[in-house]
Every structure is written in structure tokens, then in C-alpha cells.
Design a protein around this ligand. Structure first.
Ligand code: NAP
Length: 307
């Protein structure tokens, strides 16, 4: 099990933690399964203490979400770590007292179910911090884009955070909390062929997400909810691992430079990538202190809005 959460030694719940380390990947019917400790059933959080409740999307191993979950936990928060596949949260599952929930940002029923668990657990306290982290990386020259793939990316990177925000807004309003959006420097930098051009759709959606956040900032202000965007630079994650079989379509105008673009998609951008845990620690400090400041990840910055 993980190191001790400085704030988690005082339990506010009525359940008694198992004496033996509990494998959070157990399922109903498995030996040792206990409904009270089912990550999809009740979590162990109470609503009567002052620890911030934090929910993060996209917490698969090796990515930014997983590192953020750890960093929030290190600072004594109640952490709801979510992923579309619970089996991919091994790192999070090894930390004591983190509530793991299944949440696919493209599936309304999945979002609703996760929101219901948090509502049940958090009670009158609500949700202090929502981190919209889940997204899909994408590389392709704009002229070569497959429009169905673009629509799918739009669902994950733009509609997803919007749907999650809508579902958790009542809990954020209860807590007068902060809604956070992990955006990207790719939304600001445009380099032909081997740079953000080939991230065209991804870049556009990340920038669009910022416009959504900017509008939400105004619309949520009357209800005491802050909005923060984390404009993220190059950070080590799984983002570059999805393009082993990447190829331009037949007839692409860019066939001559295909190996260069492929190399870029696989992380060959020459950028030193920031350590994921370091990035997460810096970002969580900023979120909890509600301060703007120098960015996290190579070539990045942070913005936030509050009182
Ligand atoms: N790493 C960087 O250099 C960098 C730079 C700028 C911005 N960012 C942003 O940082 C955030 C995290 O990305 P990352 O770099 O950590 O990449 P990552 O390792 O690929 O993590 C992406 C996460 O999003 C999840 N996800 C994908 N589709 C989902 C869906 N439909 N529902 C719920 N979760 C879904 C993935 O789950 P699966 O494992 O199941 O696919 C994974 O947990 C993203 O918003 C990304 O745009 C990263």
C-alpha cells in the first residue's frame, strides 16, 4: 500500500478499513470482495470534514491524471480517481483511501453513475475540485483527416469535458469549488508539417476547450465556482505511445515527409518532457492555492480565475 496520506489518518466514516491490504481490483464474487470497499460502490469518504473532495478524469497508469491523483492525495485531499477502464489504474489502486470510479467521458450513463456516487459520499459538502484531464492525442495533417476520427476526438476532447462539467456542476456549486481544464500549448503553437499542424484537430479542440472554460468562468461566477485552465507543455505520459502503426492515407500530399511526421507523432519533437510527478505536484499546488503562475511542462503556463 502507498505512503501515509498526512490527512487521512483520521477516518470520518463509519466503516472499518480491512486489516489486510485490500486489492481494489476485486469484483463481486471474488474471494475477499467487500461491498463497502468496492470502488464502484460506496467509497469511504464522509461529508463532515474539511478535506477537499477532488475528482479527476483519465487516471490511467503512466499519464497525467494518475500523477495528479497521487499529488492531490499527498496533500491530504479526498481523491476520486476515474478512468474508463478500472484495470488501468494500478498505480492509483496501490494508494490507500483513493476512491476509484469508472467514468467514460463519452458515455452519459457512466458520467451520471460517477456523479451519483460522489453526491452520495460528499453530501452537503459537494465537490471542491473537478479536473477535466481525459483526452485523446491525435496527429494528422488537416487535409488527410478522417472525419469520423475527428468526430470521435471531438466527443472525447470537447463534448466529454462539457458533459462532465454539466453533470458535476451542482456539486461544484454546493462546494463553491473550482472546475479545472487541462488544455495544451498545442492550442497556441502552429508549425507546418512536423509541428502542431499535424495536431490540427487536437490543437483546435484544446483551444476550443479554453473558450468553453472562459465562458463557464463568467457563467459560474455568480454561483461562486472558479474556473482554471492548465495550459500544459511537454510532459511524459502515454500520449506518444499510440502511434506505432501511424501512417498517412494513400494519396496524401505529405507522403514524402511521412517518416518525419510519424517520428513527431511518436514523441520525436526534440522537446525535453517534464517528469509527470513533478508536473502534477506543481499543478496541484497552483490549483489548491488558486494562484496563477509559471507553467508546467516545457513551454507552458497556467491561468485561473477567482475572486
Ligand atoms: N503529455 C503532454 O505532453 C500533454 C501536453 C499538453 C496537454 N496534455 C493533456 O493532458 C491530459 C492528459 O493526457 P496525457 O498526456 O496524460 O495522456 P494519456 O497518458 O494518454 O492519458 C489520457 C487519459 O485520458 C483517458 N481517456 C481517453 N478517452 C477517454 C474517455 N472516452 N473517457 C475517459 N477517459 C478517457 C485515457 O484513458 P485510456 O487509458 O483508457 O485511453 C487516459 O487515462 C490531456 O488532456 C492532454 O490533452 C498533455
Amino acid at each position: 500500500m502507498g505512503d501515509t496520506n498526512p490527512e487521512s489518518t483520521t477516518s470520518t466514516t463509519e466503516t472499518t478499513p480491512p486489516t489486510e491490504p485490500y486489492n481494489r481490483n476485486l469484483r463481486p464474487g471474488d474471494e475477499g470482495y467487500d461491498i463497502e470497499w468496492d470502488p464502484n460502490a460506496p467509497c469511504m469518504y464522509g461529508s463532515s470534514d474539511a478535506k477537499p473532495n477532488v475528482l479527476i478524469t483519465g487516471c490511467s497508469d503512466g499519464g497525467i491524471g494518475s500523477a495528479l491523483a497521487r499529488a492531490f492525495w499527498d496533500r491530504g485531499c479526498h481523491v476520486y480517481a476515474t478512468a474508463r477502464d478500472l484495470g488501468k489504474m494500478q498505480a492509483v489502486s496501490s494508494i490507500d483511501n483513493v476512491c476509484m470510479l469508472a467514468l467514460d467521458v463519452t458515455k452519459p450513463e457512466s458520467i451520471k453513475a460517477a456523479a451519483a456516487v460522489v453526491e452520495r459520499q460528499a453530501g452537503d459538502r459537494g465537490l471542491d475540485i473537478l479536473v477535466n484531464n481525459a483526452a485523446r492525442n491525435r496527429f494528422m495533417p488537416v487535409l488527410d483527416e478522417d472525419l469520423d476520427a475527428v468526430r470521435d476526438t471531438f466527443e472525447v476532447n470537447y463534448v466529454g469535458p462539457l458533459a462532465v462539467t454539466q453533470a458535476f456542476a451542482p456539486l461544484l456549486i454546493k462546494a463553491k469549488g473550482t472546475s479545472v481544464y487541462i488544455t495544451s500549448i498545442a492550442g497556441y503553437v502552429t508549425t507546418p508539417y512536423m509541428g502542431s499542424n499535424c495536431l490540427g484537430v487536437y490543437s483546435g479542440l484544446k483551444r476550443a476547450l479554453e473558450m468553453l472554460a472562459e465562458t463557464l468562468r463568467l457563467e459560474l461566477r455568480p454561483f461562486g465556482v472558479d474556473v482554471m485552465e492548465i495550459v500544459t507543455g511537454a510532459v511524459r505520459s502515454n500520449g506518444q505511445t499510440y502511434f506505432g502503426d501511424w501512417a498517412l492515407p494513400d494519396g496524401s500530399l505529405y507522403k514524402d515527409i511521412e517518416p518525419v511526421v510519424k517520428h513527431r507523432a511518436q514523441g520525436g519533437d526534440g522537446l525535453p518532457r517534464r517528469d509527470t510527478a513533478e508536473y502534477a505536484a506543481a499543478v496541484v499546488d497552483k490549483i489548491l492555492s488558486k494562484r496563477t503562475g509559471a507553467g508546467s511542462g516545457t513551454g507552458s503556463w497556467l491561468t485561473w480565475s477567482g475572486a
